[in-house]
Design a protein around this ligand. Structure first.
Ligand code: FDA
Length: 320
């Protein structure tokens, strides 16, 4: 109920207009958002890198409503790749296809994606395509496959959500192709026709899919995270759930998958203790670092995940 309400609010234009006018709302959101500018985000990443943690940078924005904004969003991503190269930080990039025009025109989105991937090749970097709601999954996978197999870009990865029934089949295919996959639970409100409604089933699915990915990585003798921290291994497990993390680490040990071939990913501002402890244990950790002025839907999805975050939001209202 709480989750559904907040996921509805994350998409409601009236709520976005209201909340983004409140100064204290930005103060609360900045716990999860690195800042409004690319320079802010690079400074945050430098601090993470000092702790042995890699990053993936996301310029916030989704469901762009006109072609010019989609083109500008693609250019901003190109600037991120340049900034990573010039600053020398250990980071790659995450993008959303609806940010670069998916909901407007698939062809425009493909062209923008291709330009971004060419820049990633030129800067020796990697781009992860985030997964959005279930209506986007088919087209997102189609564009990913086109880029990876027809256009032969090796520096692109995808995200799979364990709450979707279809994901097991998708993971089998991606794993056979040795495609880099980030596995997450899924952050959107989905109907029971497409996604497990119960958290226990989502968690069980997560462990099952993680095993398939790890078996695939082992069979393919897949490489570890690159020396410069930019190219991830084939398996990236994105979760703050310690049970899932412990399960995966145990399974990797049992089958003999090396430490460097399994990366854990977490969101900026969530479970910093866990991020730092894993990094101290020489486990590859990557933090998802979002920045920009379009923070509203991202932030409200974080509220949806954890009711306790709402108290933090409210307490900011009372702070001077
Ligand atoms: P779960 O929700 O069970 O939480 C486990 C524990 O983590 C909680 O008990 C709490 O301690 C902590 N926690 C989790 N969320 C928190 C929050 N918001 N605030 C404070 N503590 C919190 N989704 C998607 O649909 N498409 C995508 O492309 C991505 N990409 C992505 C990248 C990365 C790096 C991460 C970590 C996550 C995503 N997600 C995502 C989001 C993902 O689907 C999911 O919604 C969140 O990670 C929360 O789920 P957990 O796996 O952490 O488990």
């Amino acid at each position: 109920m709480f989750r559904s309400l907040f996921i509805y609010l994350s998409k409601a234009a009236w709520a976005r207009k209201l909340v983004t006018h409140w100064k204290f709302a930005w103060r609360a959101a900045s716990r999860f958002v690195a800042g409004e500018t690319l320079d802010d985000a690079i400074r945050v990443i430098q601090r993470l890198n000092q702790k042995g943690i890699n990053a993936t940078l996301d310029h916030l924005g989704e469901h762009t409503t006109d072609l010019e904004s989609a083109r500008r969003a693609a250019q901003e991503i190109i600037q991120i790749l340049e900034a990573i190269m010039s600053s020398g930080v250990r980071a790659n990039v995450s993008i959303k296809l609806t940010q670069i025009g998916l909901s407007l025109d698939e062809g425009v989105c493909r062209d923008n994606l291709q330009i971004i991937l060419q820049k990633a090749v030129a800067t020796n970097n990697f781009v992860r395509i985030d997964m959005e709601d279930s209506s986007c999954v088919d087209v997102t996978l189609r564009l990913f496959h086109q880029m990876r197999h027809e256009e032969r870009f090796e520096n692109v990865g995808i995200v799979i959500q364990s709450y979707l029934y279809r994901s097991e089949e998708d993971i089998h295919q991606l794993s056979q192709e040795c495609s880099p996959v980030r596995l997450c639970k899924g952050a959107y409100k989905e109907p029971p026709q497409v996604a497990y409604p119960r958290k226990t089933d989502v968690d069980a699915s997560y462990d099952r899919l993680a095993k398939i990915l790890m078996d695939g990585a082992l069979a393919a003798g897949c490489p570890a995270v690159s020396q410069d921290g930019r190219l991830p291994p084939i398996v990236a497990l994105a979760t703050h759930d310690e049970r899932r993390i412990n399960f995966a680490r145990d399974y990797a040990r049992r089958i003999g998958l090396s430490k460097g071939s399994l990366e854990f990913q977490m969101l900026y501002g969530i479970r910093r203790d866990l991020q730092e402890n894993l990094a101290k244990d020489s486990v590859p950790v990557r933090v998802y670092v979002p920045y920009g002025s379009e923070w509203y839907p991202y932030y409200v999805r974080r509220l949806a995940e954890r009711p306790a975050n709402l108290w933090f939001f409210i307490s900011n209202f009372f702070r001077k």
